[in-house]
Write a protein that binds this ligand. Sequence first.
Ligand SMILES: Cc1cc2nc3c(=O)[nH]c(=O)nc-3n(C[C@H](O)[C@H](O)[C@H](O)COP(=O)(O)OP(=O)(O)OC[C@H]3O[C@@H](n4cnc5c(N)ncnc54)[C@H](O)[C@@H]3O)c2cc1C
Length: 319
Amino acid sequence: MSNKEKPEWLEELEKVPLTSRLRRKESLKRFNTWRVGGVAECLIDVVNAEDLSLLLPFISKHRISWFILGKGSNLFIPDTVWPGIILHLSGEFKSWVPIEENNSSTCKNRVTAGAALADVTFAQRCVAQGWGGMEFLIGIPGTIGGAVAMNAGAHGGETADFLQEAEWMDMEGNLHSSARQNLEFRYRYSDLMGNYGRIITSAVFELQQSDPETVKKKLLECQQFRMEKQPFNQPSCGSVFKNPPGDFAAHLIETSGLKGKIRGGAQISPIHANFIVNLGNASSTDILSLIDTVRETVFSKHSINLESEVQILQSSVYG
Ligand SMILES: Cc1cc2nc3c(=O)[nH]c(=O)nc-3n(C[C@H](O)[C@H](O)[C@H](O)COP(=O)(O)OP(=O)(O)OC[C@H]3O[C@@H](n4cnc5c(N)ncnc54)[C@H](O)[C@@H]3O)c2cc1C
């Protein structure tokens, strides 16, 4: 480092002609739904593909730690300082562009959605158009990029069921377009994760023509379900663990006697045992300690190794 405060790569980064805003020493608490975590050396609100295509090769060349963030609604951020760059898509990545179909007899509709578009906004726009299928997104507080990366789903549907193609950028800054059948999706998994050096920039979805009232009714049912069954008004990351085959993580945690357990400012929700909520002043360490307790206790009581659904801010997948 040329001086104690500023890494050398940051001096170089400031010379790259970007439209996007660079923030330094940014608290990450505001960038995740658990509202925890430390500070990032540098966070960039990337506003367009051109800037992204300059940033990714720069990151590779300088071997800088980096991470692509959506809304941080499935992310555990440690209390430590993140020494590198956090990429946060915004601006042009919030696009919504319906695709005009030449054949008007079709009852399918297609739309291209930017990776930074909020899932909730996507679901609301579908209602306005009377497009059915992805109403489940109303209860998922992430972005389209995060929904594709995690193959987010609920109420029997998942993102990959409606995806036609995804556009993504590699670490050399090249854009690719991959058809759904050439991508791998499983339960809360895809091979388009930032971890694999693939940054989703947009996705094309196909939805079923329906009438707005029917779509709205389904959407309200999804919302109602959340309000009844989940601690929707407390900071969390949703389900912490994946459901193991043939069982539910929440059931295993509950029958291990852990529901309601408090560690520091974090609690295993008394409403839904697979949620860990921030009671107001939780640290990441409190949350991690509960995660470890759940894993160990469920294993000792049920001989089942729970796998994390939540991702961790690091270059490899946690779990
Ligand atoms: C209250 C609550 C309820 C929830 N309910 C559900 C549910 O019902 N079903 C469900 O599936 N999930 C649920 N979740 C979890 C979460 O909302 C989803 O996994 C969501 O898709 C994550 O999106 P995100 O934009 O917040 O991604 P983040 O949490 O920011 O990131 C998650 C992962 O995706 C990667 N990623 C994000 N954007 C990109 C991109 N553009 N390119 C490449 N990789 C990227 C990140 O690097 C990270 O590894 C819930 C969360 C909360 C807080």
